[in-house]
Design a protein around this ligand. Structure first.
Ligand SMILES: *Cc1c(COP(=O)(O)O)cnc(C)c1O
Length: 523
């Protein structure tokens, strides 16, 4: 039986085996329970004291609100504490290792933040006259130069605001290039089975038909299957390299050549660029368009849906179709090209991705990161990220099935499967066990080509000591699951919320607050 305390929230129910886990408040030491804001505040109270509004004639043409809006009133300390407590319930890269595969959750250097907060950048309005913000355009132009140089491509569109937005930008350019050649009939985009979910979603959103390309036993794109499928209806391919199994696609050049010979274009999902930056130039592999997640490879913050940035680099063939606007340098002066120009660049632009120029704050952070690392430092980023992932792979392969470990080293992420866990145990039990150990779980059940996948990406910013601690915890929970420890089935045991029905939460989220019925109190 649980009780409702003064503010109307329910302390957590003790779990089996717990004797005195219960506290009066529901708090556990400094882990504070936090009710909804509607449960703390009430519509009768308010934190502000405004003077009565002078009565005047309403200009709302009869559309004035007739009922109260029902928002809870809180004092300032109540409001501050509410949001601060909520923020403490969130795991963050500043708290510890965040091994989410495919996400490149690396440390966000504070120098980046300092630069992005300089008032000359941070307070700039997007409609500031070009002559009054030459410095900002120089940042965009310099970053664009680095991105083109690092990828060996021909041009870059800076404006897309995330990886998926960049994918859309890339495939729209492919569509525009095909249409310009009168090839409207090319409607199929081939996407390998192991692709990130955003790839087929982007292709479908842009009006293409999506077709799968199977993977080989070794987790790579099946080149023969791809070649067989090429034809006059195929617009191109979308390939992730390094792919989502954490493997480099060694046939990339052969894939590009085959696609080009068949009249199509090659889109590369560059979200995993971190593993190869400074080592491999996608332009040398025949790629026509690729997005770069500044919030992955170039350390700008992400998570919580926060602003990302997904510039897209283009080959010479696609450059005329790239979106507007772009920054150009004439002598010492930077200017913004907002219209199609007769020149080589953007002569047949497909249009715009956004109203203005993109994510200025992210550009400043990414350029700061690039300049503070230098070309040699960026190459070392890739090497260290690959080294760290292989350290985890080799430290775990005797405990967990590592499907591609025999075919050689991985790139920046290590993949494991649930093969070898006893009947009734799965990836989710290992992941939830890691929460009890104080680690954010790895990416689970993705990519789909590996059964019960666990995709671990440590990134280069973790020290050996941190990796050793993580490996110790990971081995411990994996061994307990392998040994059939039933307690693993209900992990996490120490988190404020226990094992949740995640499917229900995702499919039927409760988004509307309902006043609790008084009867519930007697439950
Ligand atoms: C992160 C990621 C994306 C999507 O990038 P967003 O910035 O989240 O839109 C696409 N593909 C892969 C492989 C990724 O890891």
């Amino acid at each position: 039986m649980s009780t409702i305390n003064q503010s109307g929230w329910r302390p957590t129910t003790p779990q089996a085996g717990e004797t005195s886990g219960q506290t009066f408040t529901g708090n556990r030491a400094l882990m504070l329970e936090e009710p909804l804001i509607f449960e703390i505040g009430s519509t009768e109270t308010t934190g502000v004291d405004f003077a009565e509004a002078p009565s005047g004639k309403s200009r709302l043409a009869g559309l004035d609100r007739s009922k109260t809006i029902g928002l809870p009133g809180l004092s300032e300390p109540e409001a501050v504490r509410h949001y601060t407590r909520l923020s403490r319930q969130n795991y963050a890269i500043d708290l510890g290792l965040f091994p989410l595969g495919s996400c490149t959750m690396k440390h966000n250097p504070r120098l980046n933040e300092r630069m992005a907060r300089l008032p000359g950048f941070a307070d700039l309005h997007p409609l500031t006259p070009v002559d009054a913000c030459q410095g900002a355009f120089e940042v965009i132009h310099q970053l664009a130069h680095w991105l083109v140089a690092l990828t060996g491509m021909h041009s870059v569109a800076m404006s897309p605001k995330a990886g998926a937005h960049g994918e859309l930008c890339g495939v729209l350019a492919i569509r525009a290039a095909l249409d310009a050649k009168g090839e409207q009939a090319r409607k199929v985009l081939l996407v390998p089975e192991s692709a990130h979910g955003t790839n087929p979603a982007t292709a479908a959103f842009a009006g293409f038909t999506v077709e799968d390309i199977p993977a080989t036993e070794a987790g790579r794109v099946n080149l023969e299957a791809l070649k067989t499928r090429l034809g006059p209806d195929v617009a191109g391919v979308m390939i992730t390299n390094p792919n989502t199994c954490g493997l480099f696609e060694p046939d990339m050049k052969a894939i590009s050549d085959a696609v080009h010979a068949a009249g199509g274009y090659v889109y590369c999902d560059g979200a995993n660029f971190n593993a190869i930056v400074g080592r491999v130039r996608p332009g040398d592999l025949g790629i026509d368009a690729m997005h770069i997640n500044l919030h992955k490879t170039f350390s700008t913050p992400h998570g919580g849906g926060g602003p990302g940035s997904g510039p897209v680099v283009f080959s010479e063939a696609l450059t005329p179709y790239a979106p507007l606007p772009f920054v150009e340098k004439n002598g010492d002066h930077f200017h913004l090209v907002e219209e199609e120009t007769a020149g080589e660049h953007h002569a047949s632009s497909f249009g715009r991705m956004v109203a203005f120029h993109g994510q200025m704050g992210m550009f400043t952070r990414a350029l700061t990161y690039i300049l503070s690392h230098g070309a040699d430092g960026l190459r070392q980023v890739a090497e260290d990220s690959v080294l760290n992932a292989n350290y985890i792979l080799r430290s775990m392969e005797d405990v967990l099935d590592a499907p591609f470990a025999k075919s050689g080293p991985c790139m920046h992420e290590a993949i494991f499967s649930d093969k070898g866990l006893p009947e009734g145990f799965s990836t989710i039990d290992v992941a939830k066990g890691l929460i009890d150990e104080g680690f954010h779980p790895m990416t689970v059940y993705f990519p789909l080509v590996v059964h019960g996948a666990m995709l671990v990406e440590p990134t280069e910013t973790e020290s050996k000591a941190t990796l050793d601690q993580f490996i110790g915890a990971f081995r411990s929970v994996a061994e307990r699951a392998k040994g059939g420890d039933l307690a693993m089935k209900s992990a996490p045991h120490f988190a404020p919320r226990r094992r949740l029905d995640e499917t229900l939460a995702a499919r039927k989220p409760v988004l509307v607050y309902k006043e609790p019925q008084r009867a519930e109190a007697a439950e």
